[in-house]
Design a protein around this ligand. Sequence first.
Ligand code: AMP
Length: 180
Amino acid sequence: MLYDDFYVKSLIQTVEDWPKEGISFRDITPIFSDPKGMRMVVDAYVHRYMSSDISHIACIDARGFLIAAVLAYELQKPLILIRKKGKLPGKTVSQAYALEYGEAELEIQEGAVKAGNNVLLFDDLIATGGTLFAAIKLLTGQGATIKEVAAIIDLPDLGGSEKLRESDVPVFSLCAYDGD
Ligand code: AMP
């Protein structure tokens, strides 16, 4: 299905002052309950990556899982879960990071990826980039290469996507909320 920026943006709700005062929370939940919107979003990524040389798709707990799982199914790629601390069994590696609103820690299972793997890293939204940089450290720490970071939403005012590009990480987002 052809991607319609206006349609997808009309599904994204902005919730002011949540989860903290001063944060404009961009809620993508309505995309999941709108089959047309869900198909549009997934198809946009399928078309972008169907001929690329990515070997794995990694995604970040929890909203990142939802689109990335469908994409991995469509593209027939292994899906790697990067989870919040304490959720993954077995031997894990962790990485602490700062959020737009708070602090957190991400984990990956040891041996989830290895040198030679070309990873597409997916999350729902790029704000300061702290989450994605932590995930990148976990993946590159095991030898993988990041082919691209993909998100539904970019908040360019918070500088994350620019920092990623400055670090030579290609970034793709479906839509951006710039200055609003
Ligand atoms: P950051 O690490 O600052 O780039 O924040 C990105 C992560 O935090 C993503 O996993 C988002 O789900 C979440 N996040 C940060 N800011 C927002 C926001 N304004 N609206 C919705 N989610 C957000």
